[in-house]
Ligand binder design. Structure first.
Ligand code: MIC
Ligand code: SF4
Length: 755
């Protein structure tokens, strides 16, 4: 039986009526995305149509999911909100804080020792406030959510950018910062700018080496890392229906890599099969009764150009397998062209590691497809050249895969089976084969491959592919290996080819698990006292941020002008820093240490305008803070791309940065900045980025009349005394301006909170 089935039945009981009313006010047939959005309005029934890309709308999500690395800050904030219980079903998943090194058993025991303070904190806060708790080793948040909580037509938010994975089961599931989640936990509405809609029509059918992963690798190549910003991507067509539910999850998951608000698919037989296989026939039965409302209207899919803002068509029968990378997930290369491109770009050809797993690609089907390749290495006597590491997505998948002999196949190739957790995907990887910054190549089935992400080495060239392609490349040990064409020399000196992968969608004997790793919360957690040690280096209770003094900011010094890509990994690095995710002061020591200073092209080396000396970014910022000098960070396009981690906004706020001025923002990061009371603004004229010099001082001219839709004027004073007047745009609405005025959104909640 499904968790929270009553909540799901309630959503379904209102769906038909709400969809019909929405269709009336919008005045045309509806996409699935619109059906879900309009049936989750905070105000209930739709009374008017919203303008996509413009109107801010209040929504009422059905549930929330948090993972350990972001839940700490989210729950520390929630604890300040003065509520007894979370207002909607919420879960916490411990998956990011487990380092991959020796293999699951040892690594998990080590994590339970080194991070017990954090796990205990999360467990007791969950217990107190009515939150379901998934213990370390239970699995990666998005696989566990897909297996247990996602339901067609539902809306959820999660404090992780890959929350969007649940679109594979027909949800509108959106990644947010912790402060957004706190609003909903506290029983308030969740605000989102009504998204634009991109339709992706899938025709044909996948075959051979081509996998669902290749659909999104291709889409990423088309739309780039910012092409989906502010939009929901809705997939439809015969190609969509012919794919498994977990394959759809893979596609939706990596929608985060194109900046999309979320991605989704209409309810179909593959979802029904998956629900039944995961012990949720009750949801499938309920969904079947309102099937027509859980997918887009026929007219929409027949004439998508009329209803979507942009339409892309992909013929799955023609689609070729891809590898994307290095350093960015949108650099798409069909495998057949990799040999040429790798040579042209001087990418290291030898592949050190093949890593299979992550929330994107760790389903039962993924493991069977990769195993079908791995098995051939033994059968055809091919010696595997790269190391192989596997992270199963959940304990249910791991237990079932072990029972069905899949893990043994990988172990026969000397693969290490890591914990059911994020592991190398988030830099939780003690990689023993290479130290320092040697140039090398790895391939993985993860979603992100930003510089330093997996192992902290800026010269690790990471490429993203499907699990079966990762297995094939690991066996060959070469980046330029094309299994559709190339032969390998086996141990008998005979040339052999790998056969195409074969997968099994769902375990024929059903899923099984002994201990899924779930702890239900107490019915009444009122008496539970949450303790945080004063001298803890992992956890720190939060102090409210100062409200704005109502005056124009002036004498604002430039802290850093970031050059090129500046993702949340650059702003607040993960890996070893994950240990400080619950301690704002300590984690602030990683603020912007990965960003490249535009003036010297170095990372973590900026000028302190007080002394004229160069130093690490956090040190320079702490010096400005001590001197009471406000500062500004300047950046390029898609600033804050990637993660939902609000630390990337809280650290600058905590250390006294007042403004982030960039060419454009990634959605979640922009909201995170607003929530924490920062001024996140964009150049009205992009070229003004070039005007900004290292010794600049900024004076805001009209911040005192900060208002929606009104650009801000800023005087930029250069070291030689010359001045430029520039304009900055912003997207703050009335209530977001209140967050800025009060110092943070949380300060505002607290003012209105009735315990
Ligand atoms: C990631 O993949 O970058 C993470 C780690 O899962 C983040 C969340 C975090 O920073 O904790 C994400 O994607 O939001
Ligand atoms: Fe974990 Fe990687 Fe997925 Fe982020 S992308 S949730 S780090 S597996």
């Amino acid at each position: 039986m499904a968790y929270d089935i009553d909540m799901i039945k309630k959503v379904y009981s209102q769906m038909a009526d709400r969809v019909n009313k929405a269709r009336k006010v919008v005045g045309k047939p509806l996409t699935l995305s619109e059906k879900i959005l309009y049936s989750h309005l905070w105000d209930g029934d739709a009374s008017k149509g919203f303008t996509r890309g413009k109107d801010y709308v209040d929504f009422a999500p059905d549930r929330i999911a948090c993972q350990d690395a972001t839940a700490q800050m989210a729950l520390l904030q929630f604890m300040q909100a003065g509520k007894k219980n979370v207002a909607v079903p919420t879960t916490v998943h411990c998956d990011h804080l487990i380092q991959a090194k020796m293999g699951a058993a040892i690594d998990l025991a080590t994590a339970n020792k080194t991070s017990h303070e954090v796990f205990d904190f999360l467990e007791s806060v969950s217990n107190k406030y009515g939150i379901g708790f998934w213990k370390p080793g239970a699995g990666i948040i998005h696989q566990v959510v897909l297996e247990n909580y996602a339901f067609p037509g539902g809306m959820m938010i999660g404090t992780d950018s890959h929350t969007v994975n649940a679109g594979g089961l027909g949800m509108v599931a959106i990644g947010v910062g912790g402060a957004d989640a706190v609003d909903v936990m506290a029983g308030m509405a969740w605000e989102l700018k009504f998204p634009k809609l991109i339709g992706v029509k899938l025709t044909g059918k996948l075959s051979g080496w081509t996998a669902p992963k290749d659909v999104i690798l291709k889409v990423a190549g088309i739309l780039t890392v910012k092409g989906g910003t502010g939009a929901i991507v809705e997939y439809f067509g015969e190609g969509a229906r012919s794919m498994s539910c977990t394959g759809k999850g893979t596609i939706c998951n990596m929608g985060a890599e194109i900046g999309a608000t979320t991605s989704t698919f209409g309810y179909d037989d593959s979802m029904e099969r998956y629900l039944k296989a995961t012990d949720r026939a009750d949801i499938a039965d309920a969904a079947n009764e309102i099937r027509e409302h859980l997918t887009g209207d026929d007219e929409v899919y027949a004439n998508p150009e009329k209803y979507f803002d942009e339409v892309i068509e992909i013929d799955l029968s023609e689609l070729k397998p891809h590898l994307n990378g290095p350093f960015t997930p949108d650099l798409a290369t069909p495998i057949s062209e990799m040999a040429k491109k790798a040579k042209e770009n001087d990418w290291p050809i030898k592949v050190d590691w093949g890593l299979i797993g992550s929330c994107t690609n760790s389903s039962y089907e993924d493991l069977t497809r990769a195993a079908s390749i791995a098995k051939q290495a033994v059968d055809k006597k091919i010696k595997t050249k790269s190391d192989l590491g596997i992270n199963p997505g959940s304990e249910t998948i791991r237990f079932t895969a072990e029972r069905d002999g899949l893990l043994q196949i990988f172990e026969d190739l000397n693969a290490t089976i890591f914990t059911n957790a994020c592991g190398p995907c988030i830099g939780q990887w003690d990689r023993s084969d290479r130290k320092g910054d040697e140039r090398n190549t790895i391939v993985h089935s993860f979603n992100r491959n930003f510089s330093k992400r997996a192992d902290g080495n800026p010269n690790t060239h990471a490429f993203v592919g499907s699990p079966e392609m990762v297995a094939a490349i690991a066996i060959s040990g070469r980046l330029d290996f094309d299994p559709t064409r190339d032969k390998l020399l086996n141990e008998d000196g005979i040339e052999v080819m790998l056969d195409e992968p074969a997968g099994i969608e769902l375990p024929p004997k059903g899923f099984d698990v002994k201990d899924p790793g779930y702890l239900a919360p107490s019915k009444d957690g009122n008496a539970i006292v949450i303790k945080v040690a004063k001298d803890s280096e992992r956890l720190q209770l939060l102090e409210p941020f100062e409200p704005w003094d109502g005056k124009n900011l002036s004498g604002v010094k430039l802290l850093i002008k970031a050059f090129g890509k500046c993702t949340t990994d650059h702003i607040s690095m993960a890996g070893p820093w994950l240990r400080y995710r619950g301690h704002l002061d300590n984690i602030s020591n990683n603020m912007l240490i990965g960003a490249i200073n535009a003036y010297n092209k170095k990372s973590n080396f900026v000028k302190n305008q007080i002394t004229g000396e160069y130093d690490a970014v956090p040190a320079v910022q702490r010096a400005y803070k001590a001197a009471g000098i406000p500062t500004i960070v300047v950046g390029d396009h898609n600033y804050g791309e990637g993660s939902s981690r609000e630390h990337a906004a809280m650290e600058p706020r905590f250390l006294g940065v007042k403004v982030v001025l960039v060419k454009s923002f990634a959605r979640i990061h922009e909201t995170n900045l607003k929530k924490q009371g920062m001024l996140g603004i964009t150049f009205a004229n992009e070229k003004d980025y070039d005007l900004i010099l290292e010794d600049d001082t900024f004076n805001f001219v009209d911040l005192e009349s900060f208002a929606p839709d009104k650009p801000l004027s800023i005087e930029v004073v250069h070291a030689d005394g010359s001045k430029d007047m520039i304009k900055a745009n912003h997207t703050y609405n009335e209530s977001q301006i209140e967050w800025f005025k009060k110092g943070s959104a949380l300060n505002l909640i607290k003012m209105h909170s009735v315990v």
